[in-house]
Design a protein around this ligand. Structure first.
Ligand SMILES: NC(=O)c1ccc[n+]([C@@H]2O[C@H](COP(=O)([O-])OP(=O)(O)OC[C@H]3O[C@@H](n4cnc5c(N)ncnc54)[C@H](O)[C@@H]3O)[C@@H](O)[C@H]2O)c1
Length: 406
């Protein structure tokens, strides 16, 4: 049984790992300790896990005293690398939330620390485990559409989901490096994995067209705002925010979970367009928009022998919640594959990832769904390169950067 420590008393950690892995506690793993600068949030974890969970106010002390076998890193994105590296140097296996990290220097430092320690880093890219993307990967592996030359991937977030990022740390470049890292790391990884190839060059454009508009910022925070009835970033909120984890803990560090999505200090892009070239010659066009009417995505893959048209839109407006794939073959025959939404969070990806990484026994991985640190840095580098391209107006040489990260 593996002894696990946690760094980051975050919402994601509570739902994905603490609650999600509760059935495996006592069988394959146990949670022994937690570190987060906010003690109130750690107490929420203790209540959930039990009195045996030790709360530490110093990370290194926790690692020295507990000597855990594994650590779950689920802090704000700009702090992942530091904990990943320190954990590796303590001889610990690392399970890190996405994005693995968000600067080139920290990508390099993580790869060096992993080699030095001989311990493994796993990146919890849950989208690879969604049955829908697994099916896409199987179709591509079958060769039915041949070599893929072109992917068009369009992702839109509705104003609640998109706006939610602007309400807190994700809205600040210095913490999240924007959505091309925080969010798109999933999408870039999916494309890398589906193609089974590495990107060599990226160019991008980005604007902030909707959020951060002082005319729309009518209150300091949602919970005291008088204008929520007319606010699209509030109205469609799907679930109340966690009171114990956020509102009851804010006196300690001033982390306010529900700042106005239109507060002027945010500086991330909310509308982005990215072009990527791959080693094998495939071209990928990707867009991400944070203020759309409808939440979902479309992906078109053009191969030598056929084509795949994929889409999923949530049920926030009219339409179903099904995932669709149309397979068009050379003979121009169309085969429609419809997936009802899989049970569980993130399209059924979370539960399958947990089973593969933390479940009993050895797990076969025929589709290569579990992601290592190299997958983590390659995906991050596309976002890093895209941000750089937006700044400079020039394309970014990913091949050169990725070669230094092998
Ligand atoms: N895979 C997914 O689908 C998915 C979904 C949501 C979030 N995430 C990831 O999970 C992580 C947590 O996201 P969240 O929205 O749940 O976060 P959150 O806002 O709920 O919590 C962030 C936590 O980080 C802690 N923190 C801040 N600075 C720290 C530091 N220097 N050292 C240690 N802890 C520090 C805060 O105190 C807080 O407890 C992020 O990396 C995010 O990208 C992944």
């Amino acid at each position: 049984m593996k002894r696990f420590a946690i760094v980051g008393a975050s919402h994601r950690c509570l739902s994905m790992f603490v609650r999600g892995l509760s059935g495996m506690v006592g069988k394959t793993l146990e949670f022994v300790s937690i570190y987060d600068p906010n003690r109130t949030r750690c107490e929420v974890f203790k209540k959930e896990i039990g009195e045996g969970l030790k709360i530490y106010s110093d990370f290194d002390e926790m690692m020295k005293c507990e000597k855990p076998d594994g650590i779950i890193v689920a802090t704000t994105d700009n702090t992942h690398a530091d904990y990943v590296i320190r954990s590796l140097d303590f001889g610990c296996e690392v399970f890190c939330e996405k994005p693995l990290t968000n600067t080139y220097e920290s990508c390099l430092a993580i790869r060096e620390a992993e080699k030095r320690s001989g311990k493994r880093v796993h990146v919890t890219f849950n989208c690879r485990f969604m049955p829908y993307f697994a099916k896409l990967k199987e179709i591509l592996n079958s060769g039915v559409i041949g070599k893929v030359h072109s992917i068009n991937y369009e992702y839109t977030l509705n104003r609640w989901h998109g706006g939610d990022y602007l309400k807190r740390w994700h809205g600040l470049m210095e913490v999240s490096q924007g959505m091309l890292l925080h969010k798109s790391t999933h999408h870039f990884d999916i494309v890398n994995w589906l193609l089974g190839d590495e990107p060599v060059r990226v160019s991008a454009m980005g604007t902030r067209s909707f959020y951060g508009n002082p005319e729309r910022c009518l209150g300091y925070r949602c919970s005291t705002c008088e204008h929520t009835a007319e606010c699209e970033s509030f109205k469609s909120q799907s679930a109340p925010m966690d009171k114990a984890l956020y509102f009851d803990a804010e006196h300690e560090d001033g982390y306010i979970r529900d700042r106005c999505a239109h507060r002027p200090e945010t500086d991330i892009y909310d509308n982005m367009s990215v072009s990527i070239m791959y080693k094998g010659g495939a071209l990928v066009t990707y867009t991400l928009n944070l203020f759309s009417m409808r939440e979902g995505y479309k992906m078109t893959l053009v191969g030598e022998k056929g084509m795949l048209l994929c889409q999923h839109y949530g049920k926030d407006l009219e339409g179903g919640d099904d995932y669709e794939i149309d397979l068009l073959t050379e003979e121009n025959k169309i085969q429609r594959i419809i997936f009802p939404k899989a049970e569980g969070t993130h399209g059924g990806g979370d539960i399958r990832l947990r089973e593969m990484l933390f479940g009993e026994g050895e797990h076969e991985d025929p589709l290569g769904q579990s992601a290592d640190s190299f997958a983590g840095v390659v995906s991050a580098m596309i976002g890093i390169g895209a941000n750089e391209s937006i700044k400079t107006g020039a394309s970014y040489d990913l091949a050169k950067a990725i070669d230094t990260l092998r």
